[in-house]
Ligand binder design. Structure first.
Ligand code: FAD
Length: 452
């Protein structure tokens, strides 16, 4: 038991908030978690319907983050964890209207039809780059072009960024979106040499693989919530205002009335648009209002089930990514039933099609039947899909993933300032600490340690 027990409000029951709450309860603090929705998990949302398992949000997690591994073990979920199938090593990228397997080894790269001889030579010369410290940030596209040339930008960076951020490498900041690459350039010059050195040094992360859980990623937030004492999580509680003083008053709406409770500290694990809305003090100022400026493009995720014979492609991979220059209606397709077992009934396959992002936000906003009509020719041409799906689930994310665009340091400063001006108020999560799920777990753990 902690001798300096504090009362702490955690705003948001996504993976960041739940991880922080779990740790704080274990440290002996009195914790209350507020979430505006009627479920825990935030962006993590698994649905099971008959023999279909649908991931509406994140589908896969890159293992190897020590905080995530420790949490999975602590929650007793290690036996539930599933590793992506061996076939998922293959990644397809569309080039000249057809899926081409991305090369996985240096000899395969030299033979690959995905890149021209010029691009291959350019990659070899990248090894010669000298360490450099840049005075100013630049776009991820300019940064990668500087190292590898335009073809790698078009057919490697662009689809990769589409898969991770649903974003635009022309707008993303090299320094903030990929800080490890930024540092590699300073230390090694060559990003290829940096990658090789990092892989050798970080034995734990190397080859850790891609994981989920037998019953989907929702298992993780559910297990965290289940470990908390019964009265800790309050759902359907939209926090609207915080009043600092000797202690913090948290003001929330429970659907019918306004409620208030006081705490020693407030940890906000909310997405940027929700942080921007928070009113502070009796005058109702919004010190985080400018975070509204963090771009969050809309994304639609369509889980489509087919009879096996309706899809000609062998689906022997993680999925397919579409570079912008190929001008297609979809951003990518995950081969969900190849990735993990138990995602589709026998003799069937499940695909997760992602549309929208910064590239085509208007497609993400269409009704389901219109999206299906728009993507049908591409699914037919790229994967040999014939006939309508026998099962479908459409999830629309109006503000999917925060983009760490050029100038992101402005937003980081806004968050740091709010913490400085308001002792006892801390911010963590996807707006600040990295967009991937393991980064959010690490951020939640760190948040708990910052409560003095
Ligand atoms: C479509 C999609 C696909 C993704 N794919 C991957 C992937 O494959 N791999 C990966 O690693 N990551 C992926 N991510 C990213 C990852 O899922 C998120 O970054 C992570 O889950 C965010 O966790 P969080 O707790 O910080 O925020 P969130 O999960 O957004 O949780 C914030 C919570 O705050 C609540 N809230 C909002 N406003 C208020 C308020 N005023 N009062 C109280 N509560 C409020 C919300 O209801 C929500 O539950 C994906 C994200 C999306 C959207």
């Amino acid at each position: 038991m902690n001798t300096k027990q504090k009362s702490i409000a955690v705003l948001g029951a996504g993976i960041t908030g739940l991880t922080a709450a779990h740790r704080l309860v274990r440290q002996g603090h009195r914790v209350r978690v507020f979430d505006a929705s009627d479920r825990v998990g935030g962006a993590i949302r698994t649905e099971i319907s008959g023999n279909w398992l649908i991931e509406a949000g994140p589908n896969t997690v890159l293992a190897g983050e020590p905080a995530l591994t420790a949490l999975i073990n602590e929650l007793g979920l290690a036996s539930e964890r599933v590793l992506a199938s061996a076939q998922a090593k293959n990644r397809y990228i569309v080039r000249r209207g057809a899926p081409v397997a991305a090369p996985l080894t240096p000899p395969a790269f030299l033979r690959s039809p995905l890149f021209s001889l010029g691009a291959k030579l350019r990659l070899v010369t990248e090894f010669l780059k000298r360490p450099r410290v840049r005075l100013a940030d630049l776009s991820l596209e300019d940064f990668i072009r500087d190292h590898f040339g335009q073809e790698i930008v078009d057919y490697a960076l662009n689809p990769f960024i589409t898969g991770v951020y649903a974003g635009d490498p022309k707008k993303l900041s090299a320094r903030h979106a990929f800080p490890t690459l930024w540092e590699m350039e300073q230390n090694y010059g060559s990003l290829l040499r940096g990658q090789i050195a990092a892989a050798k040094a970080d034995v734990e992360r190397r080859g850790a693989g891609i994981i989920s859980f037998r019953r989907g990623l929702q298992v993780l937030p559910d297990a965290l919530a289940a470990r908390l004492p019964a009265d800790v999580v309050t759902l359907r509680a939209r926090v609207e205002a915080l009043v600092p003083g000797k202690s913090w008053s948290v003001v929330w709406q429970d659907g019918t009335s306004t409620q208030t409770e006081t705490f020693d500290a407030v940890l906000a694990a909310l997405p940027a648009p929700a942080l921007a809305q928070l009113r502070f003090g009796t005058l109702g100022e919004r010190p985080l209002a400018s975070l509204e400026g963090i771009e969050h493009p809309p994304v639609s995720s369509l889980f489509l089930g087919y009879r096996r014979e309706q899809v000609a492609h062998p689906l022997d991979g993680f999925g397919l990514l579409v570079p912008a220059v190929e001008k297609r209606s979809l951003l990518g397709v995950l081969f969900s039933s190849t990735l993990f077992e138990g995602r589709a009934p026998a003799q069937h396959v499940g695909l997760t099609v992602i549309v929208g992002g910064t590239r085509q936000p208007e497609i993400a906003r269409l009704p389901t039947e219109e999206i299906l009509a728009v993507i049908e020719p591409d699914l037919r041409q790229l994967l040999g899909v014939s006939g309508p799906p026998v099962f479908q689930r459409h999830t629309f994310w109006p503000r999917a993933i925060p983009q760490y665009n050029l100038g992101h340091e402005r937003h980081l400063e806004t968050m740091a300032n709010a913490e400085r001006i308001h002792p006892g108020f801390l911010i963590s999560g996807q707006a600040r600490d990295g967009i991937a799920l393991p980064a959010c777990v690490a951020a939640g753990e760190k948040l708990a340690t910052r409560v003095g």
